[in-house]
Design a protein around this ligand. Structure first.
Ligand code: IMP
Ligand code: MG
Length: 175
């Protein structure tokens, strides 16, 4: 049985939303030289569009985190696969996430970052799936709220595939 992606949010709408998120971040972080820290791998497309829409001095770093065993169910346990490279002490950090689902991954990242004494931490997430939240987390810059469906495309995967789709899609099962 195969999976057919069906467009949920078109690339043009994504582009508009990314521009508007960037506008808000740019206004809030003027003169603050923020570091944007992306949670791999899902953030890589969003992150690349977001930073190119930001016209302020900033640096970029990545965290490797792992929460999904396989398929579509969250395991609830989060592991750090690789840490960011540069010190964040005294820096204004914006965590960039593709999607906040149970909240376990984001809560883990925030706890980890807090031990490194940054000047501030805020969260920018492209998607929020609030119906599945298990850990309360707050999102400062949010793109879209999505229903309880499994989303692929624009960096998000199902068993590592579909990350290259330009639109945000839901998977329909072939008959
Ligand atoms: P959480 O820890 O349950 O909040 O899950 C966060 C991570 O799980 C995200 O960063 C994604 O990598 C992945 N994830 C959660 N929901 C989806 C989805 O609908 N599609 C693809 N990946 C997802
Ligand atoms: Mg992710």
């Amino acid at each position: 049985m195969g999976h057919r992606p069906k467009v949920l949010i078109h690339r043009a709408e994504i582009a508009r939303t990314v521009r508007s998120l960037a506008g808000r971040i740019q206004a809030d972080y003027a003169g603050k030289n923020p570091v944007l820290i992306g949670a791999l791998k899902g953030c890589f497309v969003f992150m690349s569009d977001l930073v190119r829409a930001l016209d302020i001095p900033l640096t970029v770093d990545f965290l490797g985190v792992f929460s999904y065993a396989a398929g579509t169910e969250s395991s609830g346990t989060v592991r750090l696969l690789h840490d960011f490279r540069n010190p964040v002490q005294g820096r204004h950090v914006v965590v960039v996430e593709d999607i906040v689902d149970t909240g376990c991954t984001l809560a883990f990242i925030l706890e980890h970052l807090k031990t490194k004494s940054p000047a501030s931490i805020r969260v920018c997430a492209l998607l929020d799936k609030p119906s599945r939240r298990r850990v309360p987390v707050s999102i400062d810059y949010l793109g879209f709220t999505v229903p309880n469906r499994f989303i692929v495309g624009y960096g998000l995967d199902f068993d590592e595939y579909f990350r290259n789709l330009p639109d945000l899609c839901v998977l329909e099962e072939d008959a």
